[in-house]
Design a protein around this ligand. Structure first.
Ligand SMILES: *Cc1c(COP(=O)(O)O)cnc(C)c1O
Length: 249
């Protein structure tokens, strides 16, 4: 199957899942997860109508951005972000999905102030309680949103999570339901300058479920580009470093 055909199939599945919950296809934003995918294949996907690129590694993204920046796509950063990469990520990212700690918020704010601009962000929540995945804990999420909202360089546009990798649909749904609950709670609280517009959840294996549970932004790689040569452990380190745990990276 070509990238174009895969993309059409994914769009059809998105439309079907959206229909089930009374939403229109255009209510769901598709982010193409392009880690390990080379620029030419990404270009093919953009030509086939893919509008948003989601990258996980800053240096990998920058290289592709240099080649593809005139294609008119939107660039999202969806991977774990180290504070020493803040300056580089801001060279290409229109949105960051993975803001998960105050230290990172401070560093982003500092740099954005220097550049005299603001940035759209999502707060990443770890709904699977897995050590291996980044994200603020569900218990601390609202507090991080409140604190982040004080930085006027950062525009909180929603929440992001990575669901648990399991075949057990009940458990997957639990992760998504947990994020939707936090999303609703934040919406209800009506925090100044916070707009709960995007609920970014769902990947190739679980985007239909995510949409049923309220996702309006899905991040899809494999179903569009085929399986990846590099193990995902490279993108989601299985062990956090001590510096990470201390929130210092
Ligand atoms: C790779 C990745 C995806 C997409 O994963 P697939 O299973 O290939 O669809 C989504 N979100 C994040 C954060 C990713 O790293």
């Amino acid at each position: 199957m070509s990238i174009k055909e895969n993309l059409e199939q994914v769009r059809q599945n998105i439309a079907d899942a959206a229909g089930k919950v009374g939403k229109r296809p255009e209510d769901i934003t598709l982010v193409m997860a392009t880690k390990t995918v080379d620029s030419e294949r990404i270009r093919e996907a953009i030509k086939a109508g893919g509008r948003i690129i989601g990258e996980n590694k800053v240096q990998e993204a920058l290289k592709k951005y240099e080649i593809l920046k005139r294609e008119g796509a939107e660039w999202h950063f969806i991977g774990h972000l180290q504070t020493n990469k803040v300056r580089d990520v801001l060279k290409f990212a229109d949105m960051i999905h993975s803001v998960d700690r105050l230290h990172l918020v401070e560093k982003l704010d500092q740099r954005l102030q220097q550049e005299g601009r603001s940035l759209d962000i999502l707060i990443q929540v770890n709904t699977s309680h897995e050590e291996s995945k980044y994200g603020i804990s569900p218990e601390e999420a609202i507090s991080l949103v409140r604190q982040t909202a004080r930085y006027d360089t950062l525009k909180i546009c929603g929440l992001m999570t990575i669901g648990l990798f399991t075949k057990d649909e009940v458990i997957i749904r639990k992760c998504f339901k947990a994020l939707k609950e936090i999303y609703d709670a934040i919406t209800k609280e009506g925090i100044d300058r916070v707009c709960m517009k995007y609920l970014s959840m769902g990947m190739s294996g679980d985007y239909r479920i995510a949409i049923e549970e309220g996702a309006n932004m899905v991040r899809i790689g494999t179903a569009i580009f085929g399986s990846r040569p590099t193990p995902d452990a490279y993108y989601w380190p299985s062990e956090k470093t001590d510096a990470d745990r201390a929130g210092k990276m």
